[in-house]
Design a protein around this ligand. Structure first.
Ligand code: NAD
Length: 494
């Protein structure tokens, strides 16, 4: 079994305490991918010292040149797409179609970052005084700590690392302990593309390593994606230490289907939204809000098709739904089946572990439909993060909007309707960072801002142009060429 290493101070190195954890294939736990470093504060401290040197070099490199490195990263991701997708499916479980999409998102993000190297705009505005110039421009900040979850092993890290690098920062990355292999492969690509070694540090490990990174005084910026609970504890530390922080956390995303919807279209959308990635997307459709006129018919359509979804290892061509990430995840989904029943909802299909040949050694769970769910029930309010969909019947769009908005999360939502007025009302009234019309709750594109409101986020966005604001410091410069003292707000003309 191979032992993997951290990447610190320009070299692949073992963890300082010599401790490792095992990384196994969630579709077949006999398949051990390798042992990975269980890092701690000492490893983080070494990484921070090296990142400081990396920053000194990289922050002085012209942004277009930094962009060219990211262009090469994109080229390498294109070249290695299939190998990366296979490695990712092996360690994370989702089907190959989806891990190929995961790599593609990294490619798109790399090429966007490349072009941003020649934009990275500041603004020049008129001064209120004569013979004076006023402008704003961007500066790199320093060392960015990146902490990522398991469900998009490559895409989510690239959303953070690529713009952070393009803006001239050094990065220390603590990837999810569930998908460390993909992280090692991505760092190899960054190095192969010509990134100066000390600009990127990879520190493997679990929550303790993440905590050490958040607490290190030299790491002034933290970008975290993961659960809302973990985000809350990181937020407390960053608040106390005055760190710049971007949080992307949980969701309880709803798809609304109105009486006038194209039900076949909505059916394809809900199956992809709810059961793709085995329900382990932050944007997964976990609530289906259906208007009364089509409720019974549409629920039957969903149940009939969901029953036919093929469970299996993601590397097998016929598989449509892979395993959950680990045993605790499966236990959690299973517990929600009991919670749903206890609250008076019914389990229409699924509700049990995957059974049958090929499913014995992985964390499989059947696509599950909870019906008769009422607003306020725990399966309607809490993030389950598995292949479980709660169906809520409503009388009209007003009630649908109220149900959608009455949760603590606010990432994504979807409306299926042929009524243009309903579509624009949904865009305006659904309390989410993203709303799709006639498309499921998933499918964000890399060149648009991504993020959620309420307890999903803390006001920042990833993706597109917006993320570059997070990773750069805006500085303002004034040049007075009048040759005399001019006092703003005092030497007024009118
Ligand atoms: P998690 O919170 O368990 O772990 C995320 C990362 O935080 C891991 O790298 C983990 O090691 C680290 N961590 C754990 N405790 C820590 C601590 N005390 N200090 C610092 N780091 C710590 O999340 P997960 O199970 O890997 O991912 C699933 C969650 O991520 C879901 O809630 C999902 O909705 C969310 N998610 C959100 C988005 C988004 O953009 N909003 C995207 C993907 C996933």
């Amino acid at each position: 079994m191979p032992d993997f290493k951290n990447f610190i101070a320009g070299a692949w190195v073992p963890p300082s305490a010599g401790a490792y954890f095992e990384n196994t294939n969630p579709a077949d736990t006999r398949d051990v991918i390798g042992r990975f470093p269980q890092s701690g504060p000492e490893d983080v401290a070494r990484a921070a010292a090296s990142a400081r040197k990396g920053f000194a070099l990289w922050s002085r490199t012209p942004a277009p040149v930094r962009g060219q490195v990211l262009q090469r990263v994109g080229d390498l991701l294109v070249k290695k797409k299939e190998d990366l997708a296979r490695a990712m499916t092996r360690e994370m479980g989702k089907v190959l179609l989806e891990t190929r999409g995961d790599v593609q998102e990294g490619i798109d993000t790399a090429y966007y970052a490349h072009t941003e190297g020649r934009r990275l705009f500041g603004r020049t505005v008129p001064s209120e005084l004569r013979n004076k110039w006023a402008m704003s421009f961007r500066r790199p900040i320093g060392t960015v700590g990146v902490i990522t979850p398991f469900n998009f092993p490559l895409a989510v890290p690239t959303w953070k690392i690529f713009p952070a690098l393009l803006c001239g920062n050094a990065v220390i990355w603590k990837p999810s302990e569930d998908v460390p292999h993909t992280a090692s492969l991505l760092v190899e690509i960054l190095l192969e593309a010509g990134l100066p070694p000390e600009v990127i540090q990879l520190v493997h490990g679990g929550g303790d390593a993440g905590k050490a990174l958040v607490e290190h005084p030299d790491v002034g910026v933290i970008s975290f994606t993961g659960s809302t609970d973990t985000g809350a504890s990181i937020g407390a530390t960053c608040g106390r230490m005055h760190k710049r922080l971007s949080l992307e956390m949980g969701g309880k995303n709803a798809m609304i289907v109105l009486d006038d919807a194209d039900l076949d279209l909505a059916l394809d959308g809900v199956l992809w939204g709810a059961f793709g990635t085995t329900g382990q997307r932050c944007t997964a459709t976990s609530r289906l809000i259906v208007q009364a006129g089509v409720h019974d018919r549409f629920v039957k359509m969903v149940a009939d098709r969901a029953l036919k979804l093929r469970l299996g290892p993601g590397l097998e061509a016929q598989t449509e739904v892979g395993p959950l990430i680990h045993e605790a995840s499966r236990d959690k989904v299973e517990a929600y089946v009991g919670i749903a029943k206890g609250e008076g909802a019914s389990v229409l299909i699924g509700g049990a572990r995957g059974q049958g040949a090929g499913l014995e050694r992985g964390w499989f769970f059947q696509p599950t439909l909870f019906v008769g769910v009422k607003p306020g029930m725990r399966v309607e309010q809490e993030e389950i993060f598995g292949p479980a969909l709660s169906v809520i019947k409503v009388k009209d769009l007003d009630e649908a909007v109220a149900v959608n908005n009455d949760v603590k999360y606010g990432l994504s939502s979807a409306l299926y309707s042929r009524d243009v007025n309903a579509a624009f009302r949904a865009l305006n009234e659904l309390d989410n960072g993203i709303t799709y019309v006639n498309a499921p709750t998933i499918g964000a594109e890399a060149h648009l801002p991504f993020g959620g409101v309420k307890q999903t986020g803390n006001g920042h966005r990833e993706g597109g142009w917006a993320v570059y604001d997070f990773y750069s410091e805006i500085k303002v410069g004034y040049v007075d060429y009048s040759g005399k003292l001019q006092r703003a707000q005092i030497d007024t003309e009118i």
